[in-house]
Design a binder for this molecule. Structure first.
Ligand SMILES: [Zn+2]
Length: 417
């Protein structure tokens, strides 16, 4: 099926095109055209006073943690985890729980223009079913605290060309230890799976690892071989020495920058300007909704750009187009998604439509800065993955939103009545 989508602005292959049509066939981008008369073989869809952007990619989250959004706030990471989140997870997390809250989060993702997530939680198969039902792309983690074998079960159940793929996600050095991570690196590279873990998130983590192993988290992680595996991604990377930054840059490490979560938990923040300069690949993650407390990548890129300008005392640092690249093409590269992350010939038609109708979005001079500095999730009207609409004119097409919200509210009463 050939469909052409019109918008006033299209962010096409990293540059802005005006008054154009995005040409697609069977969910794949064919090109772009400004000539409506040449489009006789296409069905046409028009988005007035709008822009089309490549779909956003969230490279670090725990989708089902939307169950604990607002359950415990204003606490340090370790108090938050050990006294609140881990006990609640032990008591409540089940396969059905993971399916329902992953689906709830998938609805939040779609509403904010996110077309792909890199997820890490328990009961990965149920998370994968929820993402498959939602229709978004996903890399779903297995083996967070245990055996990676479940990932192979998923790989067998899901066809290789499906939107949802498996990764190994050993939680972190401070929970599972370096031997487990080294084993996961070997297993992942052997089976062609991605590897996803937390790294150098807090000062306490560095002290704990130093005391136990006599090395920093980054040097210990390097010894596991994880930095040498192309399909690996590391969330946070906050506490780094200059030598470690050089090492991670040299090895072109994929980093998921989770600034809002790091700020809220007062963990610090990743030195991403230095990491970029050194050669690392920086992407954007929200972390789970319990520590953010939303999963809006639009909100995140705004915070990232503004924060690093202030921190570097340089208003020209991280311009809007760079943080957009982090949340799209850099992310696709990190997750080894060869035909995603930008709109260009041969790539999947994964995109969202940003409306300029609201007061907040009026007038428009530069749609990219409008997206990064002014937009909110509510300005996203339509979302497509591989040409399939997941939201049309603000109505979700794959998820019964009222039903999943009711389920989430009912379950929440058992978490905290
Ligand atoms: Zn996390």
């Amino acid at each position: 099926m050939k469909i052409a989508y019109y918008a006033d602005y299209i962010w096409y292959d990293s540059s802005l095109r005006r008054n154009s049509w995005l040409l697609t066939e069977n969910g794949v981008v064919e090109g772009i055209s400004g000539d409506e008369n040449a489009l006789f073989s296409y069905d046409k869809v028009k988005f007035d006073n709008s822009a089309i952007f490549p779909g956003l990619i969230n490279t670090h989250t725990h989708l089902a943690m939307s169950a604990f959004r607002g359950l415990a706030d204003d606490l340090t990471l370790m108090t938050w985890l050990k006294e609140n989140i881990w006990p609640a997870e032990k008591k409540h997390v089940s396969p059905e729980f993971v399916y329902n809250y992953t689906l709830l989060s998938a609805a939040e993702c779609i509403r904010s223009g996110v077309v792909c997530v890199n997820d890490m939680y328990y009961h990965g198969l149920e998370a994968a079913y929820a993402l498959r039902d939602a229709g978004i792309r996903g890399v779903v983690g297995f083996g967070v605290m245990g055996s990676p074998k479940e990932a192979l079960r998923m790989a067998e159940e899901f066809e290789p060309d499906e939107l949802v793929k498996a990764s190994l996600c050993p939680h972190a050095l401070y929970t599972v230890g370096p031997d487990t991570i080294a084993g996961c690196v070997e297993f992942a590279s052997d089976k062609g799976l991605l590897l996803h873990t937390h790294l150098a998130e807090t000062k306490a983590e560095t002290e704990q690892i130093l005391a136990k192993y006599g090395k920093t988290p980054v040097s210990l992680m390097d010894e596991t071989g994880a930095f040498d595996y192309r399909g690996s991604i590391f969330a946070h990377c906050v506490h780094l020495t200059d030598d470690e930054i050089s090492l991670m840059g040299r090895k072109k490490v994929n980093v998921s920058h989770c600034l809002e979560s790091n700020l809220k938990l007062a963990s610090g923040f990743a030195p991403i300007q230095k990491l970029i300069k050194a050669g690392a690949n920086i992407t954007i993650g929200t972390d789970g909704a319990a520590s953010n407390n939303d999963q809006s990548v639009i909100g995140e890129i705004s915070t990232v750009s503004k924060f690093h300008k202030a921190f570097n005392d340089d208003a020209s640092a991280l311009p809007a187009s760079s943080v957009l690249e982090m949340a799209t093409s850099n992310a696709a590269k990190a997750l080894c998604l060869d035909n995603a992350g930008s709109l260009k010939k041969g790539n999947f038609a994964d995109f969202f439509v940003l409306s300029f109708d609201s007061v907040r979005m009026t007038p428009v001079y530069n749609p990219v800065s409008q997206l990064v500095y002014a937009a909110e999730s509510g300005d996203v009207t339509d979302v497509y993955v591989k040409g399939r609409p997941l939201m049309r004119n603000r109505v979700l097409t794959t998820i019964d939103e009222e039903k999943i919200k009711k389920k989430a509210r009912d379950e929440a009463k058992t978490i905290k009545g």
